[in-house]
Design a protein around this ligand. Structure first.
Ligand SMILES: Cc1ncc(COP(=O)(O)O)c(C=O)c1O
Length: 430
């Protein structure tokens, strides 16, 4: 059965209006009817399924979008939820923070394998990382270890603390060949002053998947706080935070999850709640009915969720989770992984093209990073965009001089083949 994108969007729109009606009556959680039912997945003919998924995105076909690691396009049902919730909120203009946020929190907690009391909604991954860096009670000379490939959203909060509080940053070079090598590189940097280990779940540079469970075990054995920057994981691969065993985790809604822009989630293990000071505070963080007095902070991570929020964004994020569940989390990860494998197979051995992403399956996800022997990242991305209509992301971090290609649910095998042909052509043309 052919899938017409407009029909899908119209259907989603009708469902959205119904949802808003329900919401107005009693601020109900976003009903699953907001997310359109997808056709049954047929492994022998998966294209129809993926075309139906693609039809949910208003994203244009030209250029082919291959930068979900930078910013994830949002599917129409999510946008509908945002707009309709915001409209409904304007029609009766009531704060209704808990009525809207608590159901979304429950959905998100289930999705991440944690307790609702362990998460709060923030603006982005950077904000979650910053809460940990600013909130942990550290002293001058205390050390933090993280990888040299950390994104500014993961490294700047710590360099800021180095400047403000004299925290010492120790960097390790990621090992792209052996997962265990990353654990060992961290181990050699541990000293009696090490207070925090942080890693990107997947690095933004080469898409290397860190062995987070093994690192959690190492940190735990040494009594060291373990924080994960998960900007490049949630929504790309299934993530069960509790099973990892970290102390805190930050992620974005607006990348792989397909949530609205400016959405993020911060997780803090319940048993460690009191170890992180609340850097910013206000309504919904706690209780102080009569001034002066002592604030009774919320006994949960919601203490970090202060002040008025755009509830449309949070409702939209919940729809994004439901849409991913409708597609299937394992299926999403497998699709991206298969496209990366296809790309790697298609360009391996091309003269002048180096693949920086790990070759081992378990060490990579849905992103591949390549380097051209004669073209810097600006030139190569410009060439791919102008000549082949492919939107990729230059990787200038750590002078890698490379280009990153991200594949997600809206990308197809045919698009991957276009990338292969373009990269092969670049080896001749540049
Ligand atoms: C590893 C990593 N951390 C943090 C960020 C920053 O994310 P956000 O803009 O949501 O704060 C990014 C963005 O690409 C990233 O890749």
């Amino acid at each position: 059965m052919p899938f017409d994108r407009r029909t899908f969007l119209q259907n989603a729109g009708v469902a959205a209006f119904a949802a808003v009606a329900i919401r107005r009556l009693g601020a109900a959680p976003v009903p699953t009817s907001l997310v359109p039912a997808l056709p049954r997945f047929d492994a022998s003919h998966p294209d129809a399924f993926w075309a139906a998924v693609r039809a949910q995105y208003p994203l244009r076909d030209d250029p082919v979008y291959l930068n979900c690691g930078g910013l994830g396009p949002t599917p129409q049902p999510v946008l509908n939820t945002v707009f309709e919730t915001m409209t409904a909120m304007q029609q009766h203009s009531e704060p209704e923070h808990p009525q809207h946020v608590d159901p979304a929190r429950k959905t998100m907690a289930r999705f991440l394998g944690v307790e609702p009391a362990e998460i709060c909604f923030v603006r982005n991954t950077t904000e979650g990382n910053s809460i940990v860096a600013a909130g942990l009670r550290l002293q001058a000379g205390d050390e933090v270890i993280f990888e040299s490939h950390a994104h500014p959203g993961g490294s700047y909060p710590w360099f800021n603390q180095a400047k403000q509080r004299g925290i010492v940053v120790r960097l390790f070079e990621p090992d792209h060949e052996h997962a265990e090598g990353n654990v060992e590189r961290i181990r050699t940097l541990i000293t009696p002053r090490t207070k925090v280990i942080q890693v990107s779940h997947l690095t933004c540079t080469t898409g290397l998947a860190m062995p987070v469970r093994a690192i959690a075990a190492l940190a735990q054995a040494h009594g060291i706080w373990f924080h994960i920057d998960g900007a490049q994981s949630v929504g790309m691969i299934p993530v069960n935070i509790d099973a990892i065993g970290c102390d805190s985790y930050a992620t974005s809604g607006h990348k792989w999850l397909g949530g609205p822009h400016e959405t993020g989630i911060f997780y803090l293990r319940r048993a460690r709640l009191e170890e992180v000071a609340v850097p910013e505070i206000g309504s919904y963080s706690g209780d102080l009915p009569f001034l002066p007095g002592t604030i009774a902070l919320e006994p949960s991570a919601t203490r970090f969720e202060y002040g008025t929020r755009n509830l449309g964004l949070i409702a939209g994020l919940e729809t994004a989770v439901r849409f991913q569940e409708e597609i299937g989390r394992e299926r999403i990860a497998a699709h991206g992984h298969e496209l990366v494998s296809r790309l790697i197979d298609g360009i391996s051995g091309v003269d002048g093209i180096e693949i920086l992403t790990p070759r081992l399956d378990a060490m990579r996800g849905s992103m591949a990073t390549i380097r051209h022997a004669r073209a810097n990242p600006g030139r190569l991305t410009g060439y791919l965009q102008k000549k082949h209509r492919l939107r990729c992301r230059p990787v200038g971090e750590q002078k890698l001089e490379a280009v990153r290609i991200s594949f997600h649910v809206f990308n197809s095998a045919a698009e991957c083949d276009r990338v292969i042909a373009a990269v092969r052509a670049s080896a001749r043309d540049l």
